[in-house]
Ligand binder design. Structure first.
Ligand SMILES: [Zn+2]
Length: 423
């Protein structure tokens, strides 16, 4: 069976499966006008799209990506597949190649991928060391304008906390966020001697400006990497009023139980949300030449959620030295997240991790299949979650504002004109 969707302003997704419920969804003028138990409502002559119990999902929200790094693999392959080589390889490529034209074209490619797969909001980190911030932030702002109404875009600056002390760094970042950003400040936290001083500088700037914070945290197996606790302590001590999202937190899973519990308790009390990046973590963490990995690289996401922490999963990198694969497809992230993080007992408990939770962390309206919401839906062929996750769902139909998209992901050869990217 293939889906045939009436391009009429008013239609019914009949007998759709939403989590464990079978419902009819009435779409009227781009919005969801009614949701009722399947077969109970009389929709008169309204065209029906018979779904026969197939799963319909709300649109996705991707809270952690790197649109500026995407798709450089061919000219900047990670020679060893590990984290240190990833940083060095990206650094060299950034210095050599990241002109506005180069960043803009790769960003556009990734956005087309994400849109075709059903994502309606994305937060990207932008490498913001010195001069690069002045190139990438205006490119991002132009993309945000171009994609308005299709994908809500947010950007967070990214640089190591050690760089923060270099003359002009924080001033440049502040100027770029103010001019082109998203009321959002971020950095990568490391166990440097001046960590507390760096955190206080970042928190103080965010407080002064009324900005939120987004950190890359403890992306390592080293149990002595404990910047997550320092961030939580700082947020609690300063009574920080904004939102804080932290990504990775891999070392949390490698710490002794008492340390982990104490940290999770602080994170929960500070109201910090956590995004796990399962595909990138499994690629980079516990990688040693000629040795089989023993760890999947991910944080203690179940324990965080059990403690009341807002938890979610996201894409992270796409075809760059931090992750060789990836396609800005949140259904792939969910599918792989189910396998890597055991997000499956029951499946429905984690459905919010790819939409509602990231939307809340980004201060956006959560995507829901509920009356009054935009009719942004992903129609699949799957009748249960094992059918959903067994296949890549390449035949999904993405509906935005009640209309099925024609768009397919772009062809890779659209990147061939960029320096070093043609095969
Ligand atoms: Zn990241």
């Amino acid at each position: 069976m293939s889906f045939r969707l009436a391009r009429t302003p008013r239609w019914v997704a009949a007998d759709a499966r939403v989590l464990d419920a079978r419902v009819d969804i009435l779409v009227d003028d781009g919005r969801i006008a009614a949701v009722s138990p399947a077969g109970t409502a009389d929709f008169g002559e309204t065209p029906l799209l018979p779904l026969a119990g197939r799963i319909v999902l709300p649109a996705f929200v991707d809270a952690h990506t790197h649109l500026d790094k995407g798709h450089i693999w061919r000219r900047a392959a990670n020679a060893t597949g590990d984290f240190v080589t990833a940083i060095q390889t990206v650094s060299a490529d950034r210095a050599a190649n990241w002109s506005a034209e180069d960043v803009a074209a790769r960003m556009e490619f990734s956005l087309q991928c994400a849109y075709a797969r059903g994502t309606r909001a994305i937060r990207t980190h932008l490498d913001s060391l010195g001069a690069q911030a002045r190139i990438s932030f205006p490119v991002f702002a132009a993309a945000r304008e171009r994609w308005k109404g299709r994908i809500d875009l947010q950007a967070s600056p990214l640089f190591g906390v050690d760089v923060l002390f270099e003359p002009g760094q924080l001033e440049t970042v502040e100027q770029m966020v103010e001019a082109h950003g998203s009321k959002l400040l971020g950095a990568v936290t490391y166990m440097i001697p001046r960590l507390q001083e760096a955190l206080d500088s970042l928190f103080a700037l965010a407080e002064r400006r009324g900005w939120d914070l987004d950190f890359h945290v403890d992306e390592t197996a080293d149990p002595d990497a404990r910047t997550l606790g320092a961030i939580a302590d700082t947020a609690l001590a300063r009574k920080f009023a904004g939102q804080i999202l932290v990504g990775h937190c891999c070392s949390l899973a490698q710490q002794d139980e008492r340390t982990r519990e104490e940290t999770i308790d602080k994170v929960a009390r500070a109201g910090i949300a956590v995004v796990s990046l399962p595909m990138c973590n499994m690629f980079l963490q516990d990688r040693h030449a000629a040795r089989t990995p023993r760890w999947r690289g991910v944080t203690a996401l179940h324990e965080l959620k059990a403690a009341g922490v807002e938890t979610m999963i996201a894409s992270d990198n796409t075809r760059d030295p931090f992750y060789a694969y990836g396609d800005m497809d949140m259904l792939e992230v969910w599918r792989e997240g189910v396998r890597i993080l055991h997000l499956d007992y029951p499946f429905a408990d984690w459905a919010d991790a790819v939409g509602v939770a990231p939307a809340r962390a980004m201060r956006l309206d959560p995507p829901r299949l509920a009356v009054g919401e935009p009719a942004d839906m992903i129609l699949t062929q799957a009748r249960d979650f094992t059918e959903l996750f067994a296949r890549p769902q390449s035949d999904r139909v993405v509906v935005r504002n009640g209309v099925a998209l024609d768009s397919a992901p772009p062809s890779y050869n659209e990147l061939d004109h960029l320096k070093g990217l043609a095969p």
